[in-house]
Design a protein around this ligand. Structure first.
Ligand code: NZQ
Ligand code: ZN
Length: 385
């Protein structure tokens, strides 16, 4: 097992009816920026619950944070915070709203040009504005981690960053909020969380027995509840297990003591930036090709995954190959198209474009051993056409 430090200060409040605790979680002297997305919270009653549990607090609303939140929009919120003398932010939404709020929290007190936080990947370790979240879409784990992904519209770049000062102070996760989610978003949530586990598990063996078993437990739970929850999001057993699996997939725990990959995400972000494809769907396109191209370095873990998750038998080679097929099958069950050509006709130059971008950024080798070099990126993207 590799050495590690585990730091996670987020107070996670999980379960039915927990939004009622909101007023006890927000600091007493808070003047709140209530940040939300395109308005789903008005239709499903979450807005009303929030407002009725914040009586007595001064609130300024900031809506319109879009899916794949944009730097340009978020900077408008920074202006509002400064003008209104806000001292606390409440994010009510999915990964996009929560990620957007993390960037706002970082940018408000940043000494310099906030675009540098993204383009120079500056980690925020102090001076962030405190914030809490109410999660409305289980998927990203953003409610219990310190990372975020923001798109710069002007340059069509989707960039990830974070820092230890960007953990939410609290996150309320009430599984009943998923009742109003469209099926497509539920499917996305399952596949995003599944791939988060794969990024931290499907590397090379480091004798981290417990981390492997926890990771496998999350994968098995997602396979167990995923197909059902997208059909019956009001089933509390399915909803609660789905929501907790998504949080556990990316709250830092399973990544301790093991290497992590993240190349599927880095390549996938480019497909969202270029074509606007939903985040999870980009992972379903890229992941399987990456496992094939990086087969030799991942074979040991692929074989373990195949035996423990899908009960496959045979040689390491056979089991590892079949495990990739089973993964694609699961993505299909979860409503994913797994080829880029199913999303756009304009794909033939995608690999060269992405390789060019990575080159400009100096990203010469991604993945757990930096072996996903630019020629491998090209092969992975071309195999995904
Ligand atoms: O904007 P509103 O009107 O709220 O509608 C949203 C949005 O259209 C809707 N929605 C959310 N909760 C709902 C609901 N509709 C009905 N009922 C509800 N309860 O769903 C749509 C998608 O929301 P979004 O927040 O974009 O989805 P998701 O949670 O999948 O977040 C995706 C973003 O997170 C980033 C992705 O790159 C992407 O930008 N990620 C963040 C990570 C992190 N911080 O750790 C890790 C992930 O790998 C990911 O990269
Ligand atoms: Zn993801």
């Amino acid at each position: 097992m590799l050495n590690f430090e585990l730091y996670n200060p987020t107070n996670l409040i999980f379960g039915k009816g927990q939004i009622e605790k909101l007023s006890t979680l927000v600091p007493k002297d808070a003047k709140i920026l209530l940040a939300y997305g395109g308005g789903s919270i008005f239709k499903n009653g979450i807005y009303d619950q929030v407002i009725s549990n914040l009586k007595g607090f001064e609130i300024v609303e900031f809506g319109g944070i879009e899916p794949n939140p944009r730097f340009e929009t978020l900077m408008k919120a920074v202006d509002v915070i400064k003008a209104e003398k806000i001292n606390f932010i409440l994010a009510v939404g999915g990964g996009s709203v929560i990620d957007g709020v993390k960037f706002i929290s970082a940018a408000v007190n940043f000494d310099g040009n906030p675009i540098d936080i993204l383009q120079k990947r500056i980690l925020i370790k102090e001076n962030a504005m405190p914030f809490g979240t109410i999660l409305t879409l289980p998927a990203t784990g953003s409610e219990m981690n310190s990372g975020y992904v923001v798109t710069i519209e002007a340059t069509q770049e989707k960039l990830a960053s974070g820092g230890s000062a960007l953990f939410p102070q609290f996150s309320i996760c009430d599984p009943t909020v998923i009742a109003s989610l469209p099926k497509r978003q539920l499917e996305n949530g399952v596949v995003d969380a599944y791939t988060h586990v794969m990024e931290q598990y499907l590397t090379y063996p480091t004798d981290a027995f417990l981390q492997d078993r926890i990771a496998e437990g999350i994968l098995q739970t997602l396979i167990e509840v995923g197909p059902g929850v997208v059909e019956n999001p009001t089933d509390y057993t399915l909803a609660s297990n789905f929501m907790w699996s998504c949080t556990m997939a990316l709250n830092g725990l399973i990544q301790k003591g093991v290497p992590s990959d993240w190349a599927t995400h880095m390549i996938g972000h480019e497909l969202t930036a270029l074509y606007g494809i939903d985040h999870a769907r980009t992972l379903a396109i890229i992941g399987p090709s990456l496992y094939k191209v990086m087969f030799e370095t991942k074979k040991g873990k692929l074989a373990q995954y195949g035996r423990r998750i899908f009960n496959l038998t045979g040689s390491d080679d056979e089991v590892a190959k079949e495990a990739i097929n089973k993964t694609v099958e699961f993505f299909h069950t979860m409503g994913m198209d797994t080829k880029l050509s199913q999303y756009t006709n304009d794909y033939d130059r995608t690999a060269d474009f992405i390789v060019g971008r990575f080159e400009e950024r100096g990203w010469k080798g991604l993945g757990e051993k930096q072996l996903v070099t630019l020629d491998k990126v090209k092969s992975i993207v071309e195999m995904s056409y």
